[in-house]
Design a protein around this ligand. Structure first.
Ligand code: CLF
Ligand code: SF4
Length: 489
């Protein structure tokens, strides 16, 4: 795809490009970060995260990641995991449609880089453990880095094997490593991990969790000392580790973690996991938000994680992985850098405009008299640009007099099913929008708008295609009065 310089002058260029790509794929394609900006971080750190959709909340509006499923082997068992294949409809970590060799992974990365200009990061997140299955991970990263030198390399791991590979990780220029740390107390760990495999033997009980904990802490300290940005993912498991995650957060930050990402347990008997089969529930959205609020320190808390599959492709809120299965790819793919380079030129301007709009929006909130949650339907690009009925997720923004911050997202089954509204889906949407009073979208029909109103949620399409923060600020002024009123009173 050629991105012309002419297109730079259009205000919604990114949005247009993104929707053009989706349209070319038909309806099937519709639909681990810091909220810090360049002013809050050392320049070398900002340079590392500014295009990483997981490490920078702002970047996730513009940049995409892809995962290649080259690492099926794992050295521990988590009670929430059951690595599964051929589950096109399941979106959760560990699930993939096909395992790849490093050579196949390279072919896929090149194909995606040609078709998805937003691509900035290649992650290996399983479906097992990327560091335990190290030879395949390393071979894949080496080959891709030779072909696409500017792509960021990103690892996700349980950390058990990590201390053995620190030098290689640094030498390979892997700037981003995620470690999943669910406990700093082996007694709690023993409720989550039935066994680990370490130094040629299997360990169970407290011993297993103690070894895992020690290796995770060692990994974190070693990587932080080498200036690798470490994100810690924690799975929130009600009545198992939920309160304990406050201690986890304190410990990992003290040991140098750049970000902490608390994710809800996904648990369903159909998944066949231990927790799913024993009825362990996941947290409700507002329970997750309450814990995240308690963890505080928004600059080091990721709230926009989408708990991706191990073969996810695209912006975080979408998964285009099914467009790039091996049997759909040519035998030989030649990388064309032009689409990605053009996209970056366009984005440089768009981001500047978006940042200015955010600053201006922040000055219009003085009349807001309480914390409110606003749900936004967006296809990316930082704008309110999706029809209510097409949304498969809503981004949730928390508004207070002091600012607008992203507070997470809520996945839903989209309301519009082939031309008509689906009332069953609406029940699910209402449940997912717990705590939300207002929905901003590009368009909404009378029926769903009325149903939402009856449930106490106001749906508004007056700010279609505005920047998200500008639309929210305009709604706040309409709802609470002019933003400057209280300041000047
Ligand atoms: Fe992948 Fe993870 Fe790298 Fe991101 S995902 S390996 S840091 S490129 Fe991101 Fe997906 Fe959440 Fe992970 S949204 S599950 S945090
Ligand atoms: Fe599954 Fe990852 Fe846990 Fe291994 S470390 S059991 S792949 S969740």
């Amino acid at each position: 795809m050629m991105i012309t310089l002419d297109s730079l002058s259009k205000p919604t260029t990114v949005e247009t490009m993104q929707s053009a790509q989706r349209d070319s794929q038909g309806c099937a394609a519709s639909a681990c970060g810091s909220a810090s900006g360049p002013g809050d971080l050392a320049p070398e750190v900002w340079e590392k995260i500014k295009d990483h959709p997981c490490y920078s909340e702002e970047a996730h509006h513009y940049f995409a990641r892809m995962h290649v499923a080259v690492a099926p082997a794992c050295n521990i068992q988590c009670n929430y995991c059951n690595r599964k294949y051929d589950c096109a409809n399941e979106s959760r970590p560990g699930v993939v449609s096909e395992k790849l060799t490093p050579e196949q992974a390279l072919r896929k990365v090149l194909a995606v880089a040609n078709e998805v200009p937003q691509l900035s990061v290649l992650g290996i997140a399983g479906p097992g453990d990327a560091v335990f299955d190290w030879q395949k991970t390393r071979a894949t990263f080496d080959m891709v880095a030779r072909e696409i030198p500017d792509i960021k390399l990103c690892l996700s791991t349980n950390g058990l094997a990590l201390p053995d590979h620190i030098d290689e990780i640094v030498a390979m220029n892997i700037d981003h490593v995620t470690i999943t740390i669910n406990m700093v107390d082996p007694a709690i760990g023993s409720l989550i991990y039935p066994w680990i495999y370490h130094q040629g033997r299997r360990w169970t009980g407290l011993d297993a969790s103690r070894i895992l904990h020690e290796r995770q802490m060692e990994s974190l300290e070693l990587l932080a000392a080498r200036k690798v940005l470490v994100k810690v993912n924690s799975v929130m498991i009600p009545d198992v580790n939920d309160r304990h995650l406050l201690e986890v957060s304190r410990v990992v930050k003290a040991k140098g973690a750049f970000l902490h990402n608390v994710m809800p347990l996904i648990s369903d008997p159909a998944h066949g996991t231990h927790f799913g089969l024993t009825g362990q529930r996941g947290p409700r959205p507002m329970e997750l938000k309450a814990l995240q609020d308690e963890l505080g320190d928004g600059t080091r808390l990721m709230r926009h994680c989408r708990q991706c599959r191990a073969d996810a492709v695209g912006l975080l809120g979408e998964d285009r992985g099914q467009e790039f299965n091996l049997d759909q790819l040519p035998e030989e793919v030649i990388y064309d850098p032009e689409p990605r380079e053009s996209y970056r030129r366009v984005i440089a301007q768009e981001r500047g405009e978006h940042a200015a709009s955010r600053d201006s929006a922040a000055g219009r909130l003085a009349a807001v008299d309480r914390e409110v949650l606003v749900a936004v339907a967006t296809t990316g690009g930082g704008r309110i640009n999706q029809h209510f009925g097409h949304a498969k997720e809503f981004q949730i923004y928390q508004v207070t007099p002091s600012g607008i911050t992203m507070a997470g997202h809520r996945k839903v089954e989209n309301y519009c099913q082939g031309g008509w509204g689906e009332e069953d889906a609406l029940d699910g949407i209402l449940a997912a929008l717990e705590g939300v009073g207002t929905v901003l979208c590009a368009k909404i029909g009378r029926c769903p708008k009325k149903s939402l109103a009856e449930a106490g949620i106001t749906a508004i399409d007056d700010y279609a295609h505005d920047w998200i923060e500008a639309g929210i600020a305009a709604w706040c002024e309409a709802e609470f009065g002019p933003g400057m009123a209280k300041l000047t009173a």
